[in-house]
Design a protein around this ligand. Structure first.
Ligand SMILES: [Zn+2]
Length: 152
């Protein structure tokens, strides 16, 4: 799924921008828009060494109804996504901008084993040989995307 990162999602009370040093640049257009439109926002750049407690605290200060943009390397995005979930955000409350190749975990709907995929839309399960379609259905419980039987 290709998301449009060139304009802010509408109807949100507050935006939270969080990035690592590499991801910050991709957020500038959005931050600028938030400034122009006078929408409250919080822009935080975390370093790799940012303490767990500091990240926790930043998330815990945020109120419901805020919308989150996370931008950075895959590891960073994943870590922040985990923190956001802990703070009560759901996958409807954020957009992820991954810099570089984004590996994601895929769970096979047939044998339930996990594999890693990047940009592929169809893969063959390395465990059971099932042809899978990579969905954008993210399971919080499994922390993975679901791979459905591919119908050709
Ligand atoms: Zn399988």
């Amino acid at each position: 799924m290709i998301q449009d990162h060139s304009s802010l999602i509408e109807g949100k009370r507050k935006f939270l921008f969080c990035a690592d040093s590499e991801g910050a640049r991709s957020l500038y257009i959005l931050v600028r828009q938030a400034m122009d439109e006078n929408v409250p926002f919080d822009f935080q750049i975390f370093s790799e060494e940012s303490e767990e407690g500091f990240v926790d605290e930043w998330f815990s200060q945020q109120k419901m109804g805020a919308y989150l943009y996370i931008s950075g390397k895959a590891d960073f995005v994943k870590r922040m996504q985990g923190e956001a979930i802990k703070a009560g955000f759901s996958e409807h409350d954020w957009q992820l901008l991954t810099i570089g190749s984004a590996k994601k975990r895929l769970v096979c709907c047939t044998c339930h084993s996990e594999s890693e995929v990047e940009d592929e839309t169809h893969v063959t399960c390395i465990h059971c040989g099932q042809e899978l379609e990579v969905s954008d259905h993210y399971s919080r419980r499994l922390d993975a995307y679901l791979g459905y039987v591919s119908i050709k």
